[in-house]
Write a protein that binds this ligand. Structure first.
Ligand code: ZN
Length: 272
């Protein structure tokens, strides 16, 4: 290496190190991390949607642990005992009777995803929209189809249809079998909150690509997994999320289940 090349190399290294330390600083004081060092811009998930489809309905994580990772999210309970919705740090269990029960910290989940909800974008909707129209509108606002979005939709719904799932006993049937007998619930002219995520296509197998919403009434007494709705007006809050953490169950059911097949067709049946 001649002298000029050597100076050039040193300069490049210097610029790189400045650039890199700049990145680290940005992460440390950026909005991803709170003063307590918790990464609030992270979606935390336990287990995978394909394991749930295969009937792995018992996890090893309590809601006390889940709440360390977020105050907002959706999922289910051990034994597939209903639909979970976490809102403002409160966790509710909508069981097969459609009623929302409060969840105690010692209960466990086989599949759930939570985050700390921080509003990046706030939208007021003052016109009637079907679920499909709202979903298309929200997709049109997305700056990227490659990141994670959390949605909180507080509104008045002309119509809301949800479902829950009845608690299962071992040997557990596959989720597609359970969903054939799912109880559904209809709400008319109701106020409440829809909570959920839009996830990129590449999440296939791990979680649900596209939208997945749960609903709870304004008085927090009923709700479920959203099947369809018509909205009259709403305040939509969006949290863009860049980080993802997956924690897998440490148990025999999860360890031994075959997760090699693609189950996207089954997932579509189960979600509807
Ligand atoms: Zn659901």
């Amino acid at each position: 290496m001649n002298k000029n090349n050597c100076v050039l190399t040193v300069l490049i290294l210097l610029i790189m190190s400045i650039g890199m330390s700049g990145c680290v600083d940005e992460q440390a004081d950026g909005d991803a991390f709170s003063a307590t060092g918790i990464n609030r811009d992270l979606l935390f998930q336990t287990s995978t949607i394909d394991a749930l489809l295969e009937g792995v309905y018992d996890g090893d994580i309590t809601f006390e642990e889940m709440k360390e990772h977020g105050d907002f999210g959706i999922g289910t309970f051990n034994g597939l005992d209903g639909e979970m919705i976490a809102i403002d740090g409160d966790v509710y269990q909508i069981r097969a009777d459609g009623i929302a029960y409060t969840v105690n910290d010692s209960m466990m989940t086989p599949f759930a995803a939570v985050t700390y909800f921080d509003v990046d974008e706030d939208i007021v909707i003052n016109e009637s929209m079907s679920q499909q129209q709202l979903e298309e509108y929200l997709v049109s606002l997305m700056p990227s189809k490659n990141i994670i979005y959390a949605f909180r939709i507080d509104g008045t719904f002309d119509h809301m249809k949800t479902r829950s799932v009845p608690k299962q006993n071992k040997p557990y049937p596959r989720l597609v079998e359970v969903a054939k007998n799912q109880p559904t619930f209809e709400f008319n002219d109701t106020e409440g909150t829809v909570i959920g995520f839009w996830l990129p296509e590449y999440i296939d197998g791990i979680n649900v690509p596209g939208y997945h919403f749960h609903f709870i009434t304004e008085d927090r007494t009923a709700g479920g997994h959203v099947l369809e709705f018509d909205l009259r007006n709403a305040n939509v809050q969006i949290d863009q999320t860049y980080d993802f953490m997956l924690e897998l169950p440490r148990n025999d059911d999860f360890s031994s289940v075959d997760l090699t097949d693609n189950k996207q067709d089954e997932l579509k049946q189960v979600e509807k």
